[in-house]
Design a binder for this molecule. Structure first.
Ligand code: NAP
Length: 287
């Protein structure tokens, strides 16, 4: 029984390592061809411990891939105008190829205004409205890293999406909405659920693919999962707890992502890979 359940795990760590190795190769090529090191600038505002940890992890992966990582730390109390001005400076700096604004940003900063200050060609975290528009239309672009990482993971496990019913729970601009668009573009029939959705369990019971992006620990119950469904848990709650009741969902599902070690590593690898691609595009280097 244990081996069967193990075979259901969608490990994100190994494919993320492979993606990072490919990104490192791209970085080396760019450095040789352009005599310039691809650079990711990260803007971190305030003193949120979890955000500081995420930023440390992302910077480490960046450096492992041979890229430069710039950190712009701004104090709690920074205004929207101040953060927008700094992002605009990074946007105009030709030595910076990607910009990441770590979120959540403290109140009362207008997060959307901060995101929109990132030029689309440097939006390697996929947070601007311009990027989302391109993702919805299926145009070439960078994409929000978590849904793009999930699509890559589904591909690694050869999950056939064409014609399936996918249920996405959560409609945030960085996760649920781009996720739904990517699944539609892959020819799934998508139901996008949120806090006002009625009869959520019965909708999920009809899903061939479930994407949980809610931000509530163990919210999606095992009893909601159809036999044979693929379950992707994008949730990351304090204590390494996902948005899915993992133990309950393991029996009926055919594949499931663990937390940690599922979606998380794919998200960071996608960020690094997209930064390498952004540098290549800006420097006119064909990869
Ligand atoms: P968010 O902006 O807070 O959005 C949460 C979404 O869940 C909203 O659309 C909300 O609906 C919906 N929701 C809340 N309660 C619900 C309920 N009872 N029933 C149905 N839907 C409900 O969160 P997010 O940024 O998208 O993140 C979602 C989760 O993914 C979090 O656990 C976060 O930590 C995780 N995450 C992980 C990664 C990673 O790399 N692994 C990256 C980003 C986020 P309304 O729109 O109606 O309010």
């Amino acid at each position: 029984m244990e081996t069967t359940n193990k075979a259901k795990l969608m490990d994100g760590s190994a494919p993320a390592k492979r993606m990072l190795a490919r990104a490192k190769g791209k970085v080396e090529k760019i450095r040789r061809a352009a005599q310039m090191t691809p650079t990711l600038a990260t803007v971190l505002v305030g003193d949120d411990l979890a955000s500081a940890t995420y930023v440390r992890m992302k910077r480490k992966r960046c450096e492992d891939a041979g890229m430069k990582s710039l950190l712009l730390e701004m104090p709690h109390g920074t205004t929207t105008g101040q953060i927008v001005a700094e992002i605009e400076k990074l946007g105009a700096d030709p030595t910076v190829h990607g910009i990441l604004v770590q979120h959540p940003v403290p109140q009362p900063i207008d997060k959307r205004a901060a995101f929109e200050a990132i030029p689309i060609e440097k939006d390697v975290d996929g947070v601007t409205s311009g990027t989302l528009g391109r993702v919805i239309l299926g145009m070439p672009s960078f994409a929000s890293c978590t849904p793009a990482g999930i699509m890559a993971l589904l591909g690694e496990y050869h999950v056939e999406l064409d014609g399936t019913h996918a249920v996405v729970i959560g409609r945030s601009p960085i996760l649920g909405r781009p996720m739904a668009s990517m699944l539609i573009n892959a020819h799934a029939t998508v139901t996008l659920c949120h806090s006002r959705t009625r009869s959520l369990p019965s909708i999920v019971r009809n899903a061939d693919v479930v994407i949980a992006a809610v931000g509530r620990p163990r919210f999606v119950q095992g009893g909601w999962i159809k036999v044979g469904a693929v379950v992707i848990d994008a949730g990351y709650n304090p204590g390494n707890i996902g948005d899915v009741d993992f133990e309950g969902a393991l029996e009926p599902c055919s594949l499931i992502t663990p937390v940690p070690g599922g979606v998380g590593p794919m998200t960071i690898a996608t960020l690094i890979d997209q930064t390498a691609d952004a540098a290549a595009l800006q420097l006119g280097i064909e990869l």
